[in-house]
Ligand binder design. Structure first.
Ligand code: SF4
Ligand code: SF4
Length: 170
């Protein structure tokens, strides 16, 4: 019986409605953090510096409909590009579903409450500051590991898509 199963277990990403697709986002806001790239290794590290459009207390985008215009490097997730975004946090629902995993207990679609993602300590709520408040020369000192739990703080190119070749690594 597939009727009793939730949509993320029965539909491919391409089959999901717009509303279903959007609801996969748990609202953690970790994808809205500034990431720094090691020039030699290509490894990425998260910082606790957030996009200026992010509401740091609610983790909501301040202008979601116009985000791509207002922040040109804000990536719009699609079923087609989700498996290429190797830097997405390990807890990201899109990444989990793309990798064939289930959603965790704290995901709002499972818990029924938006608060659970914050209560579980998964989100960036209350832990980040706006990009415009931190001089760029201080960004390196703001590297943090909590957004990448599960990957020990860094996403190595070998763990996803190699950013140099854009090809999938083993
Ligand atoms: S990391 Fe994934 S789940 Fe979290 S806010 Fe970004 S898109 Fe949504
Ligand atoms: S524009 Fe909105 S969704 Fe995009 S990074 Fe900034 S806060 Fe996040």
């Amino acid at each position: 019986m597939t009727d009793d199963l939730p949509f993320w277990k029965t539909k491919s990403m391409q089959e999901m409605t717009r509303k279903e697709w959007e609801s996969l986002c748990d609202g953690c806001a970790k994808c809205c953090l500034v990431k720094l790239e090691d020039e030699e290794s290509g490894a990425l590290a998260f910082t606790d510096i957030a996009c200026d459009l992010l509401d740091c207390e609610t983790c909501a985008c301040g202008d979601y409909p116009n985000r791509s215009v207002r922040v040109p490097d804000c990536v719009t997730l699609t079923p087609e590009n989700v498996d290429q975004l190797y830097w997405m946090p390990a807890t990201c629902a899109y990444k989990l579903i793309a990798e064939g995993e289930d959603l965790p207990w704290w995901h709002p679609l499972v818990s029924g409450e938006q608060e659970s993602v914050h209560q579980a300590g998964i989100s960036a709520r209350g832990r980040v500051v706006h990009e415009s408040t931190v001089p760029m020369e201080e960004w390196e000192s703001r590297i943090v590991h909590w957004p990448a739990v599960g990957f020990e703080g860094y996403y190595e190119p070998g763990e996803g898509i190699n950013p140099d070749t854009d090809e999938k690594s083993d």
